[in-house]
Ligand binder design. Sequence first.
Ligand SMILES: NC(=O)C1=CN([C@@H]2O[C@H](COP(=O)(O)OP(=O)(O)OC[C@H]3O[C@@H](n4cnc5c(N)ncnc54)[C@H](O)[C@@H]3O)[C@@H](O)[C@H]2O)C=CC1
Ligand SMILES: N[C@@H](CCC(=O)N[C@@H](CSC=O)C(=O)NCC(=O)O)C(=O)O
Ligand SMILES: [Zn+2]
Ligand SMILES: [Zn+2]
Length: 369
Amino acid sequence: MDVKAAVAFEAGKPLTIETVHLEGPKTGEVLVEIKATGVCHTDAYTLSGKDPEGLFPAILGHEGAGIVVEVGKGVTSLKPGDHVIPLYIPECRQCEYCLSLKTNLCQAVRATQGRGVMPDGTSRFSLDGQTLYHYMGTSTFANYTILPEISLAKIREDAPFDKVCYIGCGVTTGIGAVINTAKVEPGAKVVVFGLGGIGLNVIQGAKLVGADMIVGVDINPKKRALAEKFGMTHFVNPQEVDGDLVPYLVDLTKGGADYSFECIGNVKLMRQALECCHKGWGVSTIIGVAGAGEEISTRPFQLVTGRVWKGTAFGGARGRTDVPKIVDWYMDGKINIDDLITHVMPLEKINDAFDLMHHGDSIRSVITF
Ligand SMILES: NC(=O)C1=CN([C@@H]2O[C@H](COP(=O)(O)OP(=O)(O)OC[C@H]3O[C@@H](n4cnc5c(N)ncnc54)[C@H](O)[C@@H]3O)[C@@H](O)[C@H]2O)C=CC1
Ligand SMILES: N[C@@H](CCC(=O)N[C@@H](CSC=O)C(=O)NCC(=O)O)C(=O)O
Ligand SMILES: [Zn+2]
Ligand SMILES: [Zn+2]
């Protein structure tokens, strides 16, 4: 079938709207009509050329929501008409990783997903006979896409696509990092580096679990008001701090953060996030994705003296199990998504979403089809 897609032909170039060919679902696959998709910084990261797994030409996008149109042979858990959220980390419930119950990093399709193809090693997308790669197993910058059955979370039908698509990455990553990965407890002092689409959800999660002090660190003062609305108690602009940021944060938190989160993807800030943690117990969680070849460093003494460095992908969430619950939280008014969606636009305007992000003028832009 013909579908409308924003194609990334080359790193560093704007996306182009094209009519591309999409083959039907094969065994174990599902055809989904995408109704809405968020634009996450990770899409910009891959488009920039900094992603070692970045492939071109590709159809990016990984924060979608839509409706099942057709299922391939052997698909049993979904049927046409089901409402779904695509998962860039699937949940097969059978692999060693799923069965370990120690991680959400299901590996059932990870190898082929990283090579931009479906589990059988081929792509469903093409343009004039040229293969277009899938991205993160989701490719939600198209009005129809194909996914493995295990990469879809079935959600309730009354949930609005243009809001819950954000649960496909940013909401779940931020709130999940707090609850599943760091396991922040009531009364904690939390420092959040980066008040964008992920960091504000970390703040939302920290408030939800009852943190006492939530410090937000960002160089963009425009992020302050919304962060305060979501529960930030103190704002720090590193450009206005006299001297080093780390001792400043340690003083502010009276000894260091119980928990810190890096939500930017900057290895220097990852170090600061670790080092502003409390001696003996502070836990720093890396969420931001750093470019190819970049490395983190600190004095080992930081770890010897009890600080812990962690990382999280998709907030540690097991998608098929946890995503429907987070949709319920939204529908029950327990979490706020609406205020974080600052821009809504059609696919034709998708490059504006990247511009808004790069200029620090949006939290989340959502594309509706
Ligand atoms: N681990 C995971 O599963 C996930 C990771 N990510 C990653 O999380 C990061 C954040 O993503 P978004 O929130 O969507 O990005 P965003 O662009 O919305 O937010 C980034 C924020 O960092 C701030 N910032 C930039 N440089 C700074 C500096 N030097 N000091 C202080 N603040 C600074 C910006 O002003 C902005 O508010 C990205 O690296 C993204 O790839 C995103 C989703 C899932
Ligand atoms: N491809 C990159 C790594 C990108 C990355 O870390 N992705 C996160 C999700 S970011 C979402 O917005 C993730 O889930 N990682 C786990 C995984 O298995 O990819 C690289 O190679 O550095
Ligand atoms: Zn994302
Ligand atoms: Zn698995």
